[in-house]
Design a protein around this ligand. Structure first.
Ligand code: LLP
Length: 427
């Protein structure tokens, strides 16, 4: 199934729920998350890898969706967490993840962040020599189990902003410096036990992953031989894509994981590497298609172009504005109708770039129609803001016949959280 939706005559269904009823009951805009789909995505990916190599673990990249209930579900499934900030470490610990199941891959980290990560007991994955040197100066870091993020000079992704390997990338240690850095870590009294990379996001072909795996294994082999590091894990990051357009194909998991694991095993043999855990850090693949954003059309406007105006904007879902990303849109109360017109779907933020779609073929739209923006589970709520003093929407979780509000809709007072007016201005 390309998109995680079902229909019942004119109605769009998610879980067992009619989205029109959900919108009536909980209002719009509304993120609706399908619990079963998260579990299913996790298990499909996990099983596909682990059936071919059992020393395998997944670390959900929580930046994709940090909702506490989503984290709980993944904790329940046995996932670890890829955290990018102290806030994400804190959230992971709060939702029940053990420190050893959390890897902290910060970028341009401060000493305070390193200290927080160290005290939390998570694995610290260092992104620069500077961070290594600064970590060494902090109390109680001797003997600490650490790893390094490496730039294997392979990068891929759906947009330039989302390519994280290669010559332009700010991430990772340079290949030429890797042996030196591991040696330095040992000299400073650390216990380097892992090596990590993440080449980019929303990758639908296996080629860049294969290149990255090959490169990383060659690098790990060299560090093992020349520096004597006995790796406990090799982490290949995330990036597994999902189809956003009707034309894109789902990743052929079986072929993909077979090719990767075969190459991985070959390289383990080549470099006499043993007992190594293979790790990946999927974000989008787990949650991307497990959520939709429901938004209601409030204005049909025939200007120089035809617009359908809806009750949310790029403050609610940034990806189309930020990356020009395509999100498939369906009319939740007209699922049985043919596309008859091409129309722009515009948000309610006061900027011209606030568009969810241009010239999108859709059934005849009317004010009051309910739109569902699909694949809104990854980098959607987690990138939302209060820009234009717009309130963040509610999130609900559906599982079969159960529906729960897992984040209440914001109220006006939420706009002021943390603010303080100096007394002199109140005179
Ligand atoms: N590991 C690391 C170190 C990462 O930086 C990321 C994502 C992941 C894993 C998970 O990647 P995924 O499996 O989700 O592709 N906001 C952008 C995506 C940014 C991804 C950032 N890093 C978007 O909306 O497309």
């Amino acid at each position: 199934m390309k998109f995680n939706i079902k229909t019942d005559n004119e109605k769009l269904i998610i879980g067992n729920q009619d989205t029109n009823q959900l919108a009536k009951e909980y209002g719009t805009p509304l993120y609706v998350i399908d619990e079963n789909r998260i579990r299913d995505n996790y298990n499909r990916l996990y099983d596909s890898f682990s059936s071919k190599y059992s020393n395998f673990k997944m670390f959900y990249a929580t930046k994709a969706n940090t909702n506490l209930s989503v984290m709980k579900i993944l904790n329940d499934e046995g996932s670890g967490i890829d955290a990018v900030s102290p806030g994400e470490i804190y959230t992971a610990l709060k939702t029940g993840f053990e420190p050893e199941d959390i890897i902290f891959t910060g970028n341009n980290v401060t000493n305070e962040e390193l200290e927080y990560a160290n005290k939390s007991g998570v694995t610290i994955n260092l992104d620069s020599i500077s961070a290594l040197e600064r970590l060494a100066k902090l109390p109680e870091t001797r003997g600490k189990r650490i790893s390094f993020r490496v730039n294997p000079m392979v990068g891929a992704g759906h947009h330039e902003h989302c390519i994280t390997g290669g010559p332009k990338s700010k991430f990772g240690i340079k290949e030429e410096e890797v042996c030196e850095v591991y040696q330095k870590a040992i000299d400073l009294g650390f216990n380097p036990i892992g090596i990590h990379t993440h080449i980019g996001s929303e990758i639908l072909e296996s080629e860049p992953f294969m290149l990255a795996v090959e490169k990383m294994m060659d690098i790990a082999g060299k560090v093992h031989k020349e520096v004597g590091v006995n790796f406990e894990f090799i982490d290949f990051g995330g990036g597994f894509g999902i189809p956003y357009t009707p034309e894109e194909e789902v990743l052929d998991l079986e072929t993909f994981t077979t090719d990767i694991i075969n190459l991985f095993k070959e390289k383990l043999d080549e470099y006499d590497l043993e007992d190594i855990q293979m790790r990946v850090e999927p974000g989008r693949f787990i949650v991307g298609d497990a959520s939709i954003l429901l938004t209601r059309v409030n204005t049909i406007k025939e200007s120089y172009r035809k617009f359908a105006g809806v009750d949310c904007g790029f403050n609610t879902l940034l990806r189309p504005t930020m990356y020009g990303s395509y999100h498939h849109i369906v009319v939740a109360n007209k699922m049985d109708q043919e596309n008859v017109e091409e129309i722009d779907i515009a948000g309610n933020v006061c900027e011209s770039g606030d568009l969810f779609a241009r010239d999108r073929p859709l059934p005849k739209l009317e004010e009051g129609d309910l739109l569902a923006i699909l694949n809104a589970g990854a980098y959607s709520f987690s990138m939302s803001s209060q820009y234009n003093s717009r309130l963040k929407p509610a999130e609900i979780l559906v599982k079969d016949d159960e529906v729960d509000i897992i984040r209440r809709r914001e109220e006006f007072d939420d706009l002021f959280t943390g603010q303080n007016i100096p007394l002199r201005l109140l005179k």
